[in-house]
Design a protein around this ligand. Structure first.
Ligand code: SAM
Length: 213
């Protein structure tokens, strides 16, 4: 996802610090106090412009959603969307997901969504894929015992790679769909990329995987 440099982004994020957590490491093990309730926490990695997280937060008011997005020029759009949605159960983090353990304690997150993650097709970039085993180690640590990863993509190679990576890590595959939209899942919330690719007629893949804890 490309976005132009936005020189006003820093000020915008500071003004919206009720939505963007500017010091997320301060909340490690304490996210429940941020939301002021005991609802489960779901995490989206690579939130993009925020369509999925706002849609999910409207649909599941008894869940708290946290979105992490590395690109400042992109997260500003998500912040605006969250603000417009007036949902109190969403927070955003402008950081790299490689440092997840600095932001979340053990068993603090119930579900992790990987939506249309960058595929990094070159093998020398394998370590950057969000389903690479160093990421899986972090997910295992922060997820609850029955926690789950839900991955959606249009990219067949990334999908296959992720299924193999999950299996090699000893995870259980709870669902594997090769054409999500054929299933008519009424609870599916589309991301920006999902809309774009499905309009072009591309199949959307989805899998759900869990760690055997
Ligand atoms: N999830 C959105 C969707 O489905 O429409 C956006 C998909 S876009 C292809 C991938 C997003 O993940 C980009 O916004 C990118 O900046 C973000 N991203 C990539 N690597 C990341 C990382 N290590 N930590 C946090 N965000 C990341």
């Amino acid at each position: 996802m490309r976005a132009r440099n936005k020189p006003w982004a820093d000020d915008f994020l500071k003004e919206n610090n009720h939505i963007v957590e500017l010091t997320p490491f301060d909340h490690k093990d304490k996210w429940k106090t941020v939301f002021n309730d005991n609802n489960p926490i779901h995490l989206e990695i690579g939130t993009g412009k925020g369509q999925f997280i706002t849609g999910m937060a409207k649909q599941h008011k008894d869940v708290n959603f946290i979105g992490i997005e590395i690109a400042k020029s992109i997260i500003v759009s998500a912040v605006q969307k969250v603000s417009d949605s007036e949902q109190g159960n969403i927070r955003l983090i402008n950081e790299d997901a490689k440092d997840l353990r600095e932001f979340f304690g053990e068993n603090e997150v119930e579900k992790i969504y990987l939506n249309f993650s960058d595929p990094w097709p070159k093998s020398r970039h394998e370590k950057r894929r969000l389903s690479y085993n160093t990421f899986l180690e972090q997910y295992r640590d922060i997820l609850t015992e029955n926690g789950e990863i839900i991955l959606k993509t249009d990219n067949k190679s990334l999908f296959e790679y992720s299924l193999v990576s999950f299996s090699k890590f000893g995870m259980e595959l709870d669902e594997v769909l090769l054409n999500l939209h054929e299933e008519n899942d009424p609870l599916n919330v589309m991301t920006e990329y999902e809309e774009k690719f499905s309009e072009k007629g591309q199949a959307i893949y989805r899998c759900k995987a869990s760690f055997k804890k």
